[in-house]
Design a protein around this ligand. Structure first.
Ligand code: COA
Length: 333
């Protein structure tokens, strides 16, 4: 059991919201674009469809809707928010931060707001940053958003990536608690992995300009699927085992594992490696695909009815960088 020190201040999740765009891109749609089949995609990834944001909307629009969803459901007041952290690899624009745009759209004119990019591990990174702010006692209400409009960077004619990715946004509200909340987080990165998963164009290395064909060629997400797959399984498993071990827990103490939703076969392989009991590794990849920083909050949001007060939940993620990690929290809602 986890030993709780007297007077320890935790950051507890006290609200959760999500938004998924209306437009669906099904496997049948992809069959019309590239040489693939519904059967192959389902067998190799577990994905049947993904959601695609309208072209006239941006990452901030999804995040705003996710936050509005949270506010309504949990009766929160945006005026109470001290800090807004947005995990995204697909900001609306290079500057200002998407967090500032979201804050402006929601009328939050006096909030500390910033973005952080750790690709598919972004939500875990941001959650730990937000929890650390709350644990200091100086911040009382912190919003953690994971939002990505990754379809903008996916070449619909590339069957090695178009099958996997979709758009979405999720958000949690953090508040101080003496009884429990975020218990631990283990986060890592290793830039040696960057060649296997990246979007190279559009930054300062390959700036997007009218005559820069190099950047145009590099504007889409590229990956070495097999290498990413192998590292994802190993890194998420190791991170979960590290967190379990240093908290004197076994996988049987964990009520729910929420892995990053990259591929159902990755989720299953991590579950097997950890030997988690059947049905405790949550998944919603079938109808959303990989929504990058949004997968974890969206997966919790969609499975909210199963999670009970006091349940121990383990999150784990892996993404570009490579970046990866695991975190553990007690569900306090
Ligand atoms: N439809 C039909 N066939 C396809 C295909 C598709 N979309 N994509 C690849 N193939 C073919 C290949 O050409 C290959 O054919 P061959 O055996 O005749 O050479 C065969 O299917 C196997 O391809 P392979 O690339 O080895 O498949 P895979 O089992 O590794 O699955 C991924 C490919 C991309 C689904 C898988 O590697 C993956 O999910 N990797 C992790 C990616 C990821 O999660 N990225 C984000 C991390 S946050």
């Amino acid at each position: 059991m986890i030993e709780i020190l007297p007077n320890k201040l935790f950051a507890a999740i006290t609200g959760i919201g999500g938004y998924i765009p209306q437009n669906k891109r099904s496997n049948e749609d992809l069959e019309k674009l590239v040489d693939t089949s519904n059967e192959w995609i389902v067998k190799r990834t577990g994905i049947k469809e993904r959601r695609i944001l309208d072209q006239d909307l941006a990452t901030s629009d999804m995040a705003v809707r996710a936050i509005q969803n949270l506010i309504q459901k949990y009766n929160k007041n945006l005026a109470d928010v001290d800090a807004l952290i947005v995990a995204t690899s697909t900001p609306d624009m290079p500057m200002p931060a998407t967090a500032n745009i979201i804050a402006q759209k929601l009328g939050m004119t006096n909030v500390w707001a910033f973005d952080m990019n750790a690709a598919c591990s972004g939500f875990l990174y941001a959650l730990d940053m937000g929890a650390s702010l709350v644990e200091t006692g100086r911040y009382k209400n912190v919003l953690i958003v994971g939002a990505d409009n990754i379809s903008t960077y996916v070449d619909v004619y590339d069957r090695s990536t178009n099958i996997l990715f979709g758009d979405g946004a999720g958000v949690v509200w953090l508040e101080p608690s003496n009884e429990g909340g975020i218990m631990d987080a283990y986060l890592r990165s290793n830039g040696d992995g960057r060649e296997y998963l990246h979007i190279e164009g559009g930054g300062t290395q390959y700036p997007m300009s009218d005559d820069n064909n190099n950047a145009l060629e590099k504007r889409y997400l590229k990956q070495d699927g097999k290498t990413v797959f192998k590292h994802a399984v190993q890194s998420m498993t190791d991170a979960c085992q590290t967190v379990l071990k240093r908290n004197n827990l076994t996988i049987n103490d964990v009520n729910w594992l929420v892995p990053h939703q990259a591929n159902q076969r990755i989720i299953d392989a991590v579950g097997r490696a950890l030997d988690i009991p059947e049905g405790r590794a949550l998944s919603n990849i079938e109808y959303l695909g990989n929504t990058i920083a949004a997968t974890i909050p969206l997966c919790i949001w969609e499975n909210i009815k199963q999670i009970k007060t006091g349940d121990l939940v383990m999150l784990t993620a892996f993404g570009a960088g490579f970046s990866w990690g695991a975190s553990l929290f007690k569900w306090m809602i």
